[in-house]
Design a binder for this molecule. Structure first.
Ligand code: C2E
Ligand code: CA
Ligand code: CA
Ligand code: CA
Length: 275
């Protein structure tokens, strides 16, 4: 409760109540949506900038709501995190992604986004290993994308989670690099195989000589440490050229493809085999 002026105690204001109701609504609907099959995983190619070939797909969740239409993850992932639904949802996403990847050629891996809430849940590593085993997918073909916010607290558990899965061959990517609490310490401490440079370095008001120099520096570090550096959010050929010249090894964005359903991902791979 908040003490407002004149010693009145006011519990909630109207907008807080509305937010809470809305959150409860989304939570209930999300649980039902999982049962009703309204969620799907779409796949966006991650392309080798040298050869133009697809090296991986990032799994991105989509919710097709019967009345509200397509809901973006930014609208429901935060609620799923706050309510803990993300744990069930996340296990389901990993299982779907692993199953799809098992159908692709061996050189193609799948990247799955993990939220800190999922990683902190008891049995998190086991959930992922179970999904891999059930799909018959080699752990080395799974890449887990985490953001720097993961490292703000609870470092022991996080370190154990990463070490346990890395020991089995699962790879880790540092996502949205350059947006949060970017610290080279995390790169030094954890076995990342990949750094994804945030889209804000590729397009928008902050792009210029400075952002270019930063990408260059990150790419140089990546080359020395034998990490892939991915440029996200590539929409134009100019942007592709810029990040390639700066030394990024992989690219992702609408210029190559949006996230597509699993059958279209399989078709993109089949077309590659023909050419
Ligand atoms: P992210 O991990 O940074 O994912 C990339 C986002 O950028 C995706 O949005 C993708 O569709 C979008 N994108 C890709 N290429 C371009 C481009 O060229 N231009 C522009 N403007 N956007 C591009 P999406 O699918 O809406 O996902 C948003 C965020 O939601 C993701 O950001 C990720 O943080 C979260 N998310 C998505 N799927 C999952 C999931 O399965 N689990 C968890 N925990 N989070 C997820
Ligand atoms: Ca991601
Ligand atoms: Ca990202
Ligand atoms: Ca993001």
């Amino acid at each position: 409760a908040k003490i407002s002026g004149r010693n009145q105690v006011c519990f909630f204001d109207a907008s807080m109540t509305r937010n809470l109701v809305r959150k409860k609504e989304i939570e209930a609907e999300l649980r039902a949506a999982l049962q009703r099959d309204e969620l799907s995983i779409f796949f966006q190619p991650i392309v080798d900038l040298e050869t133009g070939r697809i090296r991986a797909f990032e799994a991105l969740v989509r919710w097709f709501h019967p009345e509200k239409g397509e809901l973006r993850p930014d609208e429901f992932i935060p609620v799923a995190e706050e309510t803990g639904v993300i744990i069930t949802l996340g296990n389901w996403i990993t299982a779907q992604a692993a199953r799809a990847c098992a159908q692709w050629p061996e050189g193609v891996s799948v990247a799955v986004n993990l939220s800190p809430v999922q990683i902190r849940a008891p049995g998190a590593a086991l959930g992922i290993l179970t999904a891999l085993r059930d799909a018959g997918l080699d752990p080395s073909r799974l890449e887990l994308e985490v953001t720097e916010s993961l490292f703000l607290d609870d470092n022991q558990h996080t370190a154990r989670f990463i070490d346990e899965l890395a020991a089995k061959g699962v790879r880790f990517a540092l996502d949205d690099f350059g947006t949060g609490y970017s610290s080279l310490g995390y790169i030094n401490k954890f076995p990342f195989k990949k750094i994804k440079v945030d889209r804000s370095f590729v397009s928008g008001p902050n792009v210029g000589i400075k952002s270019d120099a930063i990408i260059r520096a990150v790419a140089e570090m990546g080359a020395t440490l034998e990490m892939d550096i991915v440029a996200e959010g590539l929409e134009t050929i100019e942007q592709v050229h810029t990040v390639r010249n700066a030394g990024c090894t992989l690219g992702q964005g609408y210029y190559f493809s949006r996230a597509v359903p699993d059958y279209l991902a399989a078709m993109l791979l089949a077309q590659e085999l023909e050419s």
